[in-house]
Design a protein around this ligand. Structure first.
Ligand SMILES: Nc1nc2c(ncn2[C@@H]2O[C@H](COP(=O)(O)OP(=O)(O)OP(=O)(O)O)[C@@H](O)[C@H]2O)c(=O)[nH]1
Ligand SMILES: [Mg+2]
Length: 487
């Protein structure tokens, strides 16, 4: 009898433990944001890789749960949202660990991944109830281009046209946009719209956006879906463009223009695009986020070796970051706060690809990024959000060291050159001094001296799939984003 009682009691205790740990299990929805090519996919791959391969060569000494021995294990589990494709971690990691390693492909659509991290609670209530707790982390990947549509939400078609027109009238865009602008100027805004003209001009505008992005390396590309339409390719909702000289049209006439006229149809499509593409995307994915990392590649626009560099590229990056953060201003009046009220409590800014420079350049990288975000940062609500800036490399692809040059010790980095044609590693080891990163927004003089040179490196050779990737400060990223939920 006593035995049965004891067994029952033990069962009850187990049940209570299970219930307690279930209620206290933690959850984080992590937003990984950043312009296209800023390193989001590489970051997510490394983030997952570091956690699931903990103990297999991982270097996570600044991540307290690992440092204090409370980390048990992490694994990928089925995501909750079944209608969103799964983030293809296996594909990304096999590209990185191939015999000839390559970087993951640019992202064309949205995908998600869920991680379950098991740990031993130390100080929290959980300690008394359970030996093990789980932190679930949901991570979303999407093309960086889509992010730039966010500021459009608060604009009318007139405002957007004016802003975009101003960009098209400024170099380096203007020389390429002249023909398009002249054609649109021929249109009578109140004439009945015909689909073919709209389709042709939209195609021309889209081609311009591709050229700005890929040939000129510019960041402000709107609407973002035009160059990465995913499932919307060919849909009429992607057939509109800014109308030049819109301020010259009489305000009343504009308001009264019928939806069948050119200007009316452009306006209607713009509104529909905002409503059913942009807003839908943010409502479905952004509203749930509670922690956020903003990735920024500040090095490529500075790099004299890159065709996407120069003062225009850098100024455009600055404008793009400003546009994003403006809408993200986390204060009560922020656009996102009004629309979706996300509950972000931690925000990390990371300057990516820090392995392109030597270690002593990381401090200037951080101050440069701080300057880039400063204008917007002061609008963010400091009280409600904890913020941090870091210089990171998701996949460290270089070694740093010193060489003797003309009797002086010079810091250098060494890595494998990336083949331009197929994005793969070619066995061409290079050693170089990449130069100094400016710690302030560069002035005209900087561009004349072209002080900064690096090449694109291939991922490091000789890695295996079940081994932790080499990195710079990914452990500090994990510490900032996850550790407080694992105590
Ligand atoms: N050396 C080095 N290069 C990196 C690192 N992370 C990213 N890169 C480079 O940056 C490129 C873009 O990285 P992705 O992760 O694809 O960038 P993304 O933000 O996902 O880009 P989209 O999907 O186009 O929006 C890669 O192909 C690499 O060349 C890094 O940690 N170190
Ligand atoms: Mg990507």
């Amino acid at each position: 009898m006593a035995m049965i009682k004891k067994q029952r009691l033990a069962k009850l205790k187990d049940k209570a433990k299970e219930l307690l740990s279930r209620t206290l299990d933690q959850h984080i929805n992590l937003a990984v944001t950043g312009l296209s090519r800023s390193g989001k996919t590489a970051f997510i791959t490394s983030f997952v890789n570091q956690l699931i391969n903990e103990g297999h060569g991982s270097q996570l000494s600044f991540f307290d749960p690992v440092h204090h021995g409370n980390f048990i294990a992490a694994k990928r589990v089925a995501q909750k949202n079944l209608s969103v494709p799964r983030f293809d971690y296996d594909l990304a990691i096999s590209a990185l660990t191939n015999e000839k390693p390559s970087w993951p492909e640019p992202t064309h659509g949205i995908s998600e991944l869920r991680l379950a991290i098991r740990y031993q609670p130390t100080t929290s209530l959980l300690k008394y109830g359970s030996d093990m707790a789980t932190l679930t982390v949901d991570i979303t990947d999407y093309p960086g281009e889509w992010l730039l549509d966010l500021p459009m939400l608060k604009q009318t078609y007139e405002q957007w046209s004016e802003q975009t027109n101003a960009l098209l009238l400024t170099e380096p865009r203007h020389q390429y946009a002249k023909v398009f602008l002249a054609k649109v100027a021929q249109l009578d805004p109140f004439a009945p719209a015909d689909d073919e003209t709209l389709a042709n001009l939209s195609k021309e505008y889209t081609e311009l956006l591709h050229l700005f992005r890929h040939q000129l390396g510019l960041s402000v590309i709107q609407p973002g879906r035009f160059i990465l339409p995913a499932e919307l390719a060919g849909a009429p909702i992607l057939e509109f463009f800014p109308f030049p000289n819109i301020h010259a049209i009489d305000g009343n006439d504009y308001q009264n223009a019928s939806d069948d006229s050119f200007i009316g149809m452009l306006r209607a499509r713009f509104i529909e695009y905002k409503q059913s593409v942009v807003k839908k995307f943010y409502q479905q994915h952004f509203v749930r986020f509670d922690r956020q990392i903003v990735l920024a590649d500040c090095l490529t626009p500075l790099n004299a070796c890159s065709e996407n560099s120069g003062p225009e590229s850098f100024a455009d990056l600055q404008l793009a970051i400003d546009m994003i953060l403006e809408s993200y201003s986390y204060g009560k009046s922020g656009l996102l706060a009004r629309l979706f009220s996300p509950k972000i409590d931690k925000l990390l800014f990371a300057a990516t690809k820090a392995d392109h420079v030597t270690g002593e350049q990381h401090a200037p990288m951080i101050s440069l990024l701080n300057q880039l975000i400063y204008q917007s940062k002061h609008k963010l609500n400091y009280d409600a959000i904890e913020m941090k800036t870091l210089a990171i490399a998701s996949v460290k692809s270089t070694q740093s060291g010193k060489i003797l040059h003309q009797g002086q010790q010079v810091s250098v980095i060494q890595g494998n050159r990336l083949s331009v044609n197929d994005n793969r590693c070619i066995a061409d080891k290079v050693t170089l001094f990449p130069g100094a990163v400016p710690d302030k927004l560069p002035e005209q003089q900087y561009w004349q001296s072209s002080a900064f040179n690096f090449i694109n490196f291939a991922p490091p050779a000789g890695l295996t799939q079940h081994q932790a990737l080499p990195h710079i400060r990914m452990d500090q990223v994990l510490q900032f984003l996850l550790a407080d939920k694992m105590i």
